[in-house]
Design a protein around this ligand. Structure first.
Ligand SMILES: [Zn+2]
Ligand SMILES: [Zn+2]
Length: 129
């Protein structure tokens, strides 16, 4: 059961169509659900993330398909221009880390997220915590 809590763990992720794939060195840390309006619109749901160190992130496939969107002065997102999968978020205030969208990890992460952001925007349609 992968919980990616060791520096020896290697995480793998990909978009829905498979054009873009990456690997990243563990550990996965600072996991969260984000309910901000930007994440909701970007994901079509809520944003669920786990961070890795940016220097351990390697794009394995899809440099031509991977597209970035500067969604605010605080950060930009990486997504697949073919299938639209939202792959990660990079914050300007935390350039040493990259927030991977948990749903694109394969195999998936089996832990529980540590925190919730912007709970005042948490949608009523989510199940209770
Ligand atoms: Zn894709
Ligand atoms: Zn957010």
């Amino acid at each position: 059961m992968p919980n990616f809590d060791s520096p020896d763990d290697v995480l793998h992720g990909a978009c829905l169509c498979g054009a873009v794939a990456y690997r990243a060195q563990g550990p996965l840390f600072a996991t969260s659900h984000c309910y901000c309006n930007m994440c909701q619109r970007q994901h079509g749901s809520v944003g669920s993330y786990g961070n890795v160190r940016v220097d351990g992130f390697v794009l394995e496939r899809g440099a031509a398909e991977l597209t970035h969107y500067q969604r605010s002065p605080k950060g930009r997102c990486g997504f697949c221009s073919v299938c639209g999968s939202m792959l990660y978020w990079c914050g300007t205030e935390t350039p040493e880390r990259i927030a991977l969208a948990l749903g694109c990890l394969a195999p998936g992460w089996t832990g529980k997220v540590e925190r919730e952001w912007f709970v005042e925007h948490k949608p009523a349609w989510l199940p209770p915590a």
